[in-house]
Design a protein around this ligand. Structure first.
Ligand code: NAD
Length: 483
């Protein structure tokens, strides 16, 4: 007898229990080797006073099984409730969001019947790290944090995914023409890791043109790897373009734990009517089966599901008089899939999931990581000053400073002193760059402290500082626009 893998199951809210029941019935009928451990998370838990929506017992189950199949959750209206998805993603380090978008034409309407792509989105870093500050009356800041390690992990995952699922191309989408350091390192790591996969085609798009292309020629893409914010946006563009938002599942993968769910919500408008389409959650469950190496069962269920769709057996959300033959409810749809277990689709290409040969999954290898020589060469001091002319500030700072020279003052990233852009609308947020007159000469941190002391004594309000470093002699900071 096949050994069963324990999985944690959350029935969720709204249509959640209806679609989860249908999905588990299909898994059971297919003989999927899973042993569900049911937890209670979501609305009831929130309303009992737990602002995370997740009780301790749920964490214990998840720590034990390391696999979560989750139906959608309703986050109650009103403040104070934390997003359950974000909490699980962050607590469990689920760094990769994987979202396949495949056309189901003509049964689900789309202009792109040949679209078949997967978006792999970095899930932990970027502007979504949630590091935000209000710094002055007028200025608000959100930190875009990208690490080399984070890039390596997601990009390696994308190439591994392409190889495992026999996909031919990986496309990197970012904006490194503007964000030369943060998006630049993502692109650089993409090139470095891509070189280890000569069998896979590589391409790169700036995110804006890439998104436009995704919306107009999605057949050109295969696997797309990108950062968190861009990935969030293009995932929804792709789901909309393929037309099957209600049918797609997604995976959130960590090094130890993985979570699988439908991409739609709890659909309170149809909850309790037993008419919901269980396909999104079923597709998530299929990804889960692949994750636990139950390849044959995953293909068995997916082929039966595709056959059900092409036989015209449809739930109300996708029913149309031209391509549908029978309108069914949630349970009847599940029964139709079960009846077709063992059959292959003829309109759609039958799926086959190949079992990786031994060692194939261990090709990751460590990137050679040499620590660069880091030297302090200056400081950006950010000052809050509501009304001020840049010339006045420039002159005042020149007389105040000792051995560090004021090089440039910028406002909202644009140089305003010396000889700055006079048409710039200045806010109360001033970036003042101090270095030695010979630009990249190393300085001591004590000199920064002395400078900060003198500025404070002179009555300036320092909001924050950013140290300016070189790494192996290369500038580790951007030049001010116009510098
Ligand atoms: P929704 O996805 O629940 O519903 C949008 C529309 O799609 C509705 O008309 C709904 O009836 C329909 N729909 C969705 N899934 C369907 C299905 N399987 N079968 C048939 N029709 C389906 O989005 P919403 O109304 O914006 O959100 C409702 C609730 O879901 C909110 O509380 C939201 O916070 C939550 N939500 C949860 C998740 C999650 O748990 N991952 C994701 C998105 C939204």
């Amino acid at each position: 007898m096949t050994k069963k893998t324990p999985i944690t199951v959350a029935y969720g809210d709204g249509i959640g229990p209806e679609i989860m029941t249908a999905v588990l019935t299909i898994l059971n009928a297919a003989g999927a080797p899973v042993e569900p451990d049911v937890i209670e998370v979501g609305e009831k838990v929130y309303l009992s006073g737990n602002t995370t929506g997740i009780p301790d017992s749920a964490w214990q189950s998840l720590s034990r099984t390391k696999v979560l199949l989750k139906a959608p959750i309703t986050t109650p209206q009103g403040g104070g409730y934390k997003s359950l998805n974000v909490t699980i993603r962050k607590t469990m380090g689920l760094y990769a969001n994987v979202r396949p978008c495949k056309s189901l034409s003509p049964f689900v309407e789309t202009h792109f019947p040949n679209m078949d792509l997967v978006i792999i989105r970095e899930n932990e870093e970027d502007l979504y790290a949630g590091i935000e500050y209000r710094q002055t009356d007028s200025a608000y800041q959100c930190l875009k944090l990208i690490t080399r390690g984070g890039c390596e992990r997601i990009i390696e995952y994308a190439f591994q995914y392409a190889r495992k699922f026999n996909r031919k191309k990986v496309t990197c989408m970012i904006k490194d023409n503007i964000m030369k350091m943060t998006d630049g390192i993502f692109h650089q790591v993409f090139n470095e890791i891509g070189a280890k996969y000569p069998d896979i085609e590589k391409s790169h798009y700036i995110i804006d043109i890439g998104t436009a292309r995704l919306a107009t020629k999605p057949e050109q893409f295969d696997v797309i790897v990108t950062e968190n914010l861009y990935g969030d946006i293009i995932s929804d563009v792709a789901a909309e373009v393929v037309g099957s938002v209600g049918m797609a599942g997604s995976a959130n993968i960590g090094s130890k734990v993985a979570m699988f769910e439908a991409i739609h919500g709890s659909a309170p408008d149809i909850a309790g009517k037993k008419i919901a389409n269980p396909s999104g959650l079923l597709n998530a469950a299929i990804q889960m089966l692949i994750h636990i190496n139950a390849y044959e069962k995953a293909a068995l269920i997916e082929n039966a599901w595709l056959k059900t769709l092409e036989d015209g057996i449809h739930t109300a959300d996708i029913y149309n008089p031209v391509h549908s033959k029978q309108k069914v409810n949630t349970d009847e749809f599940a029964a139709a899939v079960i009846k077709r277990l063992g059959e292959k689709p003829t309109h759609f290409k039958p799926v086959v999931y190949h079992v990786p040969v031994h060692g194939e999954e261990d090709q990751q290898g460590e990137m050679p990581s040499q620590l660069a020589e880091q030297k302090l060469v200056g400081v950006d001091v950010f000052i809050n000053l509501p009304v001020c002319g840049p010339e006045v500030l420039g002159e005042a700072f020149r007389t105040l400073t000792l051995n560090l020279d004021l090089q440039v003052i910028a406002n909202r990233g644009v140089k305003v002193w010396p000889c700055g852009q006079i048409q710039v609308l200045c806010s109360d947020h001033w970036q003042c760059r101090f270095q030695r007159s010979k630009e990249l000469t190393p300085i001591a941190f004590e000199e920064v402290l002395q400078l900060l002391g003198r500025l404070t004594q002179a009555g300036y309000q320092i909001i924050k500082i950013e140290n300016l470093y070189t790494f192996d002699g290369q500038r580790g900071f951007s030049l001010v626009q116009g510098q």
